[in-house]
Design a protein around this ligand. Structure first.
Ligand SMILES: NC(=O)C1=CN([C@@H]2O[C@H](COP(=O)(O)OP(=O)(O)OC[C@H]3O[C@@H](n4cnc5c(N)ncnc54)[C@H](O)[C@@H]3O)[C@@H](O)[C@H]2O)C=CC1
Ligand SMILES: O=P(O)(O)OC[C@H]1O[C@](O)(CO)[C@@H](O)[C@@H]1O
Length: 382
């Protein structure tokens, strides 16, 4: 079996690519970072530091790489059995054109072996969104063929992989936590489902996507935003601050109450899930900067993402949300000179004021009670 994985970054090398290579799948990474591409093609292997109580270094072998903007992509898509991505939600649209060309070539070549495509991004049904971009880029004449032979499989992906230690000079080295969870929608595959140890199948993906995104990612983002306000550099330092921990735990519980209502999770199991996540944030073996976890605040404050969607859920079920409100207010204060979205956020707030800016970014009614609560928390934090 042969796979093409877009994005040889932290999750690509440290999680998805590793699982594929460990399963004996011939793996080609596609990326735009020439240093990483050259190193992968020179060594065909890289080290993964799995850190925890019992640290170990595992070597991923038998991998190669191509430039994601080269024609090689089209040829590969015409022949591989599996395509995965971990490039970031905003990049999916950019790779869709070459995926479409590859699918057209596959069809022209008469290759009717099933192909499955799985986007592994922090977003709800990211593969379905990739499919929309691909279909837009693909001539109509190929649509029926793609529907018959290509599975677009949504997934939820959970492993904390910050950039490797700044002390390392190896561009391929990656450091990962012990925990990992990759859950895919078994109903969307074409042909036989691949047997990849570490890839779990479900017929109830939305529950798992929302459980992960609106618990871990909700709590993580709020830890980052409150952490920056309090002057903490890392997620560990922030979550060990008792005032921050109280709000983060409260926000995960508020979001959890929505998930329990919506999906029927058992309350005690969900409480244990939250506690486990808090210990993952505390991981003493990972150095995870608040800027990494807080990156791209406009995306994180958008309507379907980890802060606003749980808040909307509390409104839908008439549930408490004071800690989510604190987290959203802190997100509006997030600043980073290196992050274009943080700069845009600051400009929007300066130009329109916090009420109109939040309404626009989050898709909330400017005159709603909940926007007034966030603005009042935002002002109190200023
Ligand atoms: N790092 C983590 O702990 C986790 C990340 N994720 C998700 O995985 C995705 C990737 O995140 P990271 O690995 O942390 O980011 P990263 O920045 O480490 O990796 C992204 C990679 O994509 C590459 N890339 C950019 N444009 C490209 C293009 N046009 N074609 C091919 N490659 C391109 C970059 O050069 C980089 O190597 C994101 O959606 C993130 O939300 C999900 C769970 C955990
Ligand atoms: O990758 P994003 O969506 O910017 O958000 C960072 C988040 O992703 C993760 O890297 C993995 O889920 C978390 O550590 C963090 O909550």
């Amino acid at each position: 079996m042969k796979a093409l994985h877009f994005g040889a970054g932290n999750i690509g090398r440290g999680f998805i690519g590793k699982l594929l290579a460990d399963a004996g799948i011939e793996l080609v990474f596609a990326d735009v970072n020439q240093v990483v591409l050259d190193a992968l093609n020179a060594r065909h292997a890289y080290p993964v530091h799995v850190v925890g109580e019992q640290a170990k270094v595992e070597t991923v072998t038998g991998v190669s790489a191509v430039n994601s903007t080269s024609d090689a992509i089209v040829t590969l898509i015409a022949e591989v059995d599996l395509v995965t991505t971990a490039v970031g939600p905003q990049i999916l649209e950019r790779i869709a054109g070459s995926v479409a060309q590859g699918l057209a070539k596959r069809s022209d070549n008469g290759n009717t072996r099933p192909l499955n495509i799985i986007a592994c991004e922090n977003m709800v049904r990211g593969t379905s969104q990739l499919k929309q971009h691909v279909m837009k880029a693909l001539p109509d004449a190929y649509h029926a063929w793609v529907d018959a032979h290509v599975g677009f499989v949504d997934s939820a992906v959970d492993r904390i992989v910050p950039p490797s230690d700044a002390g390392s000079h190896d561009p391929l080295e990656v450091t990962v936590e012990t925990f990992s969870e990759w859950i895919v929608d078994q109903t969307q595959f074409k042909g036989d489902r691949p047997d990849i140890p570490g890839m779990e199948l479900t017929d109830n993906l939305m529950a798992f996507v929302e459980r992960k995104l609106f618990t871990l990612n909700t709590g993580h983002a709020i830890t980052a935003y409150l952490g920056q306000r309090a002057g903490h550099a890392t997620i560990r330092d922030a979550i060990l601050d008792p005032r921050i921990r109280t709000v983060v735990q409260g926000a995960m519980q508020e979001s959890g109450a929505v998930l329990i209502q919506r999906y029927g999770f058992e309350a005690d199991k969900h409480a244990a899930y939250i506690q486990k996540i808090l210990t993952r944030f505390e991981n003493p073996y990972l150095k995870d900067d608040v800027e990494r976890v807080g990156r791209q605040p406009l995306r994180k404050l958008s309507a379907g993402d980890r802060l606003i969607k749980p808040l909307q859920g509390t409104l839908e079920y008439n549930l408490p949300h004071e800690n989510l409100v604190q987290g959203i207010a802190a997100a509006m204060h997030y600043r980073s000179e290196a992050d274009p979205q943080a700069l845009e956020l600051a400009t929007l707030i300066a130009q329109k004021g916090p009420q109109a800016a939040l309404a626009e970014i989050a898709g909330l009614a400017a005159d709603s009670e909940v926007v007034a609560s966030v603005v009042s928390a935002y002002d109190a934090m200023a």
